[in-house]
Design a protein around this ligand. Sequence first.
Ligand SMILES: [Zn+2]
Length: 445
Amino acid sequence: MSLPGEPTTSRAVAKLQALVRIPTVSDRDPAKVDVQAFDDFVTELAVQFPVLHDTLELTRVDSHGLLFHWPGASAERPVVLMAHLDVVPVEGTWQHPAFGGDVVDGHIWGRGTLDDKGSLVGICEAVETLLERGFTPAQDVWLSFGCNEEVSGTSAVLAVEELARRGVRPWFVLDEGGAVASEAFPGVKAPIGVIGLTEKGVTSLELRVEGRGGHASTPTPMGPTARIARAIVRLDRAPMAPRTPSPTIELFRRMAPHGPLPLRPVFANAARLKPLLTRALLAAGPETSAMTRTTFAVTTLSGSPALNVIAATARAGVNIRIMVGDTVADVLEHVRTVVADDQVEVDVVERNEPSPVSPMDEAFELLEATIGEVFPDAVAAPYVMMAATDSRFFTEICERVYRFAPFRMTKAQRQAIHSYDEHLGVDAFVDGVRWYQRLIERIPA
Ligand SMILES: [Zn+2]
């Protein structure tokens, strides 16, 4: 808690520290979830943000999902600010304890600082500060905090159902996703404030071949394991067609003045030079390649449980990230055509289409202008998100869904997400709080 005369920056940092220290690790298996930690988090949030809890109406969704309603001067164009309170498990060796929330060398260290408690506390601190000043937003503001984002849980789905039930049609929704990213692209010096307009669709398939099984001493050619292997190799050799979608074209156009001199004309004319740009992205490595197409990764494999038994069933799990422009149906057709084997059964385990592309109209311009105000050196730009967020469910009730967390992040920091040594700069966090505050203040009547 802040002492008299102490700047409010340390107040916000202390709140983030307190909430990072609570290990809200989610798990697909409810029996493995530390429910007490989630209870403690919800309690601590109320302690840290008393005015917010006194003023805003809270609806609990799912086990620990939180939906706050802040009535504005108008309910006509409501705004939804999202974050999630769960984190992924701790892996690897950390320089500072993963649930310590230590401030060292100007950074707050710990699981969740970037993903996604930084945003959650940033939003709450912005609201708390505005409430203390007696501020009323021009439009209704809803805060939707999920409790199982990291395990594709249902709290965001239930929050959407609750809003729909109340007849709320958000003007725009803002969730995690992009950031004020430095070293975003080789040779680009300026930080890029990337705002996700769409995200790839996560879909998983299981390829399965059944056979006779039997003793390993008398194998027949092209048994289940060989067929599965052939299918995998065929899939690996025949990726789906690449393309550069419109948000990526606009990203390059906006980066052009800041790009490496020889590439500036290519960036600036990205729309006209689309095939050239697509080929360059494909050649530049797996990350940029994933920006241009639907990707397939064979992640799980199984055959016989014993060394001397021929597999009666062989299975391969395929995790697919569907690019905007392709559909689950396109993917299934591609897999069947490329594998070209009737004996390989294809089952859909999980199905998600890519999200619709949000428009770059007044709401996008509001985010852009707020980035310009708080991060004057950064270039705001749209992009296609590779990972999935809870906000995809909000596309059911809202056509403007944006993915952006207002924090400066280096490449090393972005790599620490879901890995070890996750940390957020103290100054970056304070700027982020200010960004959320300015965003709310700027919501037009
Ligand atoms: Zn997240």
